[in-house]
Write a protein that binds this ligand. Structure first.
Ligand code: SF4
Length: 195
């Protein structure tokens, strides 16, 4: 469960509010925020910090997040940990598209968020060009404490959001469209369209 800031007033995690008095929306959001599994998507050195966050010292199991899934169909949160190369961008987007709704994205580190020190043609200058980002974790690399803060922030967003919210059908909210590639051609091409 998440960090309790005030035992009397911590939503469904507190003492004054419980499942008998809660709305269905509160219960669903509370459950979602405490059982969100991550998609395995470590791209560079930030991934080491992400792995440390899941290990025994920081123990992501406290937040119901001990399981990172290799299958996007079983994952709720994509933590983009590391720089995103142009070659990896379509793959990242494809994994995101294969995740079931509701789904969320954390951009971990300056490289994922803005390209960082890799200001060149090979690196995507911000993963929000590929997928919609809900929370940015700053730093190079962000420490496990920073990532946990980002996760806590995301859990707060999940608790407050509309349970029927869906990303836009086209573009996934990031205004990016994947083009079908004819059989025989190599890879998937990505098409950036302006709003
Ligand atoms: S932000 Fe720093 S630690 Fe993270 S991928 Fe970039 S260079 Fe590596």
């Amino acid at each position: 469960m998440g960090v309790v800031r005030n035992v009397l007033d911590d939503g469904l995690g507190g003492l004054e509010h419980n499942f008998l008095t809660a709305r269905v929306e509160d219960l669903v959001n509370w459950s979602r925020s405490r059982s969100s599994w991550g998609a395995t998507f470590g791209l560079a050195c930030c991934a080491i910090e992400m792995m440390a966050t899941g290990a025994s010292h920081y123990d992501l199991a406290r937040f119901g997040m001990e399981v990172f899934r290799a299958s996007p169909r079983q994952a709720d949160i994509m933590i983009v940990a590391g720089r995103v190369s142009q070659k990896m961008a379509p793959v990242l987007r494809q994994v995101y598209d294969q995740m079931m709704e509701p789904k969320w994205v954390i951009s971990m580190g300056v490289c994922a968020s803005s390209g960082g020190m890799f200001n060149n043609y090979a690196i995507v200058q911000g993963v929000d060009q590929i997928v919609p980002v809900d929370v940015y974790a700053p730093g190079c690399p962000p420490t496990p404490e920073t990532l946990i803060h980002a996760i806590e922030t995301l859990h707060q967003l999940i608790e407050d959001e509309n349970i029927l919210r869906r990303r836009k059908e086209q573009g996934g909210g990031a205004n990016v469209h994947i083009l079908e590639v004819p059989a025989g051609a190599n890879g998937v091409s990505i098409n950036f369209r302006s709003k």
